[in-house]
Design a protein around this ligand. Structure first.
Ligand code: PGA
Length: 335
């Protein structure tokens, strides 16, 4: 199998002009100031600079992105109705955000053929063999005698541009370890897919103070597998969805303070462990009981770059309203 690049194989919607958007981005003044402060290369200063960075890179520069995770829901009839409801909403949806919808594998071809191209389609998973070791980080032996599985190669063939990986339901119910999620990310990137990687803590982990240990471990497993540290490989193609498990499907939303704190720590982790450019460009979504009524308050946070929506994404009008929180976000951060 030849290596495919995102540029050659993945059709994105006309609105998904990330590169164009990036050219027009201005880094926040605070960040520029920080760069100017840094002109000494000795180790102490480098360490100090990292310390400063942890507080200063607290805002992304990427386009707002909203995803609808349809999970294991849908009949042919209900999926058709949802596609129609979403298509009807296209004229009401602002042009300033990227959108993806994740139907089941079974409904994916139908949705891809019938959903307006304003929406990207996204698979809910792709697989790699757990025991495979590949120093080149391709994990490219995923078609063949693996009954019941779907490979990133097949998603590439179907021109599905996104895949959701490491959702907590897969981690907790279906055995996806941090290590497997990292391999899945590497394999999907190798096949040119953009990935949305979910991270997040359980209620118990939050209560015993290990939220950041858990999330950083999940991030580390992904960072380890992305061998190309170039900007294009991370920032434009890897989206992180912070989804506290205790907030998923429970109606219990994380507070704006909790979301901001985690997002800014994720960004700082990226700055320190990958690069400053990646930290700024990586979109960090929040997911967990987001709906049409609570999205505006969350969208005002400087460090939120979008939402991953479960239940409310099954309603076309509500999902469109959540996508439009992008305007609230841009206004709040002055973009
Ligand atoms: P929810 O699900 O919006 O229903 O809480 C979010 C998710 O699991 O992605």
């Amino acid at each position: 199998m030849m290596r495919a690049t995102a540029a050659t194989t993945i059709q994105t919607t006309p609105s998904y002009s990330y590169l164009t958007a990036r050219k027009t981005m201005t880094p926040s003044a605070r960040t520029i100031k920080n760069h100017r402060m840094d002109n000494n290369n000795n180790n102490n200063n480098r360490r100090r600079r990292r310390g400063e960075l942890l507080q200063i890179v607290s805002e992304g520069t990427g386009r707002f992105i909203v995803g609808g995770n349809w999970k294991c829901n849908g009949t042919r009839e209900s999926v058709k109705a949802l596609v129609e409801a979403l298509n009807k909403n296209v004229p009401n949806i602002e042009k300033n955000c990227d959108i993806y919808c994740c139907p089941t594998f079974l409904h994916l071809p139908y949705v891809k053929d019938n959903l307006n191209e304003r929406f990207n389609v996204c698979a809910q998973n792709s697989w790699v063999e757990a025991d495979l070791v590949d120093p080149e980080h391709h994990y490219d032996s995923t078609t063949g005698a693996f009954t019941g599985e779907i490979s990133a190669e097949m998603l590439e063939d179907l021109q599905v541009p996104f895949v959701l990986l490491g959702h907590s339901e897969r981690r907790t119910l279906l055995g996806d370890t941090d290590e497997i999620v990292g391999k899945k990310v590497a394999h999907a990137r190798y096949h040119g897919l953009s990935v949305v990687v979910c991270v997040g803590e359980t209620l118990e982990e939050r209560e015993n103070g290990t939220t950041f240990d858990v999330i950083f471990k999940q991030l580390k497993a992904v960072a380890k597998e992305i061998d190309d540290r170039e900007h294009s490989s991370w920032g434009s193609s890897v989206v992180i969805a912070y989804e506290p498990i205790w907030a998923i499907g429970t109606g219990k939303v994380a507070t704006p303070e909790q979301v901001q704190e985690v997002h800014s720590k994720i960004r700082s982790w990226l700055a320190e462990n990958v690069s400053e450019d990646v930290a700024k460009a990586t979109r960090i979504q929040y997911g967990g009981s987001v709906n049409a009524s609570n999205c505006a308050d969350l969208a005002k946070l400087s460090d939120i770059d979008g939402f991953l929506v479960g239940g409310a994404s099954l309603n076309g009008d509500d999902f469109a309203a959540i996508c439009n929180a992008s305007s609230v976000h841009y206004k709040a951060v002055g973009r």
